[in-house]
Write a protein that binds this ligand. Structure first.
Ligand code: CMC
Length: 428
């Protein structure tokens, strides 16, 4: 396109190219700015910085739209399986029957993890947070597959690493949970589907069989799809930036898990339930907690509210809220925390503080209530997010590698002391 942006600096006019996406998003291309003008742009938290162009996920925060590879999230959450969505994100199109069979088969046959890994599990302290364990275990996988460290591998070899990761993450997550309880590991079962297998590894015991409730497996499938990608968020940017140094994929994903853990990102789902429990224990006084969230001298924030990109309802939150009611009804569960969540949402959406700042419930506001209903313990909530986000991380990493993007290396404006003279210790 011929349109350019004009920038006047020190009396001189520079023309900067405009880049337009297929959904009409526009960017000013500043990639040559420093070389031509000597200036850089400053954008703390990258609120206005496009790190890449991407064909994977489109989201419009103002309109509350989310598409994976052009497909609306509502359709995928309603009709697709998580592995189908994983394939779509990674390879660009929905699989045909043959491709799906091959993909599912490959995932199913890589679910076992090396027995030696059990010794690493044993070394974690009792009660270790499963996100710390998961991140460490994913990084340690790289030592079992040293060939993955060669960045110039064949497409088939890279595919194998991607499949291994998707196959093994539920096994590692369930083992982390079992070892935190001091219970024996339940091995994966090839006869079970992806979500069913995970639930079985979480809840079966050597002493009895666990029957997977299809309502629970469906709810989990939906949640995983809703979390599968969200363009250049904190953990995905982490995966890309680690991967941009040509570090292996296992280590890049392990770094993504660490980034996801924080309560401002994926850790919010755990923080939401803890907050709702706190409000319940406090007698359910919603107004008091809303006032605290608004008080700038109080560090308390309404967890599960607000989003860097959505300035409208998070479309994922809409689907989850409905699914939350469905799942609780089908399972015959009444959870007082759900009532508190609904009241909190109602109050906040009427409050000018939240209205003016366009703070709406995000994906994590109701997801924890579903996880609780299907028996997932609170500390595992963010692990569930990580299992869901894995195909997105992989797809974004793959796109970056295929595009041959350069190493990620932001600049800065230095504002510390200048030119100080070193004095020996006895003269300071
Ligand atoms: N409770 C109270 N005030 C809030 C909240 C909140 N949850 N979120 C934002 N604000 C206020 C914030 O204090 C600021 O006010 P002011 O303009 O007066 O200084 C204004 O809203 C803008 O907030 P911000 O922190 O500048 O916005 P951000 O884009 O940097 O942060 C966020 C986005 C998600 C980190 C933030 O909204 C937040 O901390 N939310 C709670 C944590 C949470 O639910 N995180 C999960 C996000 S969705 C899952 C995922 O994809 O990671």
């Amino acid at each position: 396109m011929s349109e350019t942006a004009k920038l006047i600096l020190d009396g001189q006019t520079y023309e900067l190219p405009i880049v337009e996406g297929t959904e009409k998003e526009k960017a000013i291309d500043i990639s040559k700015l420093r070389a031509t003008t000597g200036y850089i742009t400053l954008d703390s938290g990258y609120k206005n910085t496009g790190a890449t162009v991407s064909k994977i996920t489109f989201l419009d925060g103002e309109k509350g739209i989310l598409h994976y590879r052009g497909y609306p999230i509502e359709q995928l959450a309603e009709k697709a399986s998580f592995l189908e969505v994983a394939y779509l994100l990674i390879y660009g199109d929905l699989p045909n029957k043959e491709q799906m069979e091959f993909f599912e088969n490959s995932i199913t046959h890589h679910t076992l993890v090396h027995e030696d890994l059990r010794r690493i599990f044993e070394a974690f302290p009792t009660g270790a947070h499963p996100m710390g364990v998961l991140s460490a275990m994913l990084a340690s996988l790289s030592t079992y597959y040293p060939e993955a460290q060669n960045p110039n591998r064949s497409v088939e070899a890279i595919d194998l690493t991607m499949h291994r990761l998707i196959a093994k993450i539920p096994t590692l997550a369930a083992q982390a949970y079992k070892s935190s309880l001091g219970q024996p590991t339940i091995y994966p079962q090839n006869s079970l589907g992806y979500t069913e297998n995970f639930l079985n590894m979480m809840f079966a015991m050597p002493t009895y069989e666990y029957e997977v409730d299809p309502v629970v497996a469906d709810a989990m499938n939906k949640l995983l799809i809703l979390h599968a990608d969200h363009e250049q968020n904190c953990s995905t940017s982490t995966v890309r930036i680690v991967g941009s140094s040509q570090a292996n994929l296992y280590s890049s994903i392990s770094a993504g898990v660490a980034a996801l853990w924080g309560p401002l990102h994926g850790g919010a789902n755990q923080a939401v339930i803890e907050m709702l429990e706190m409000i319940k224990a406090d007698g359910g006084n919603i107004d008091r907690w809303i006032e605290r969230a608004k008080d700038k001298n109080d560090s308390f924030r309404l967890m599960g509210f607000g989003h860097r990109v959505y300035k409208n309802f998070d479309p994922r939150a809409k689907i989850i809220k409905k699914s939350c009611d469905d799942v609780l009804n089908k399972l015959g569960i009444s959870d007082p925390v759900l009532e508190i969540a609904k009241k909190l949402e109602e109050h906040a959406l009427k409050d000018p503080y939240f209205v003016d700042r366009q703070l709406y419930p995000n994906v994590d506001f109701y997801s924890g209530i579903i996880y609780r209903a299907i028996g997932i313990p609170t500390e595992m909530f963010t692990v569930m997010f990580a299992i869901g986000r894995l195909p997105g991380w992989i797809a974004q990493w793959k796109e970056m590698i295929e595009r041959g993007e350069p190493i990620g290396r932001p600049r800065q404006i230095y504002n510390g002391p200048v030119n100080r003279e070193y004095k020996p210790l006895d003269q300071r």
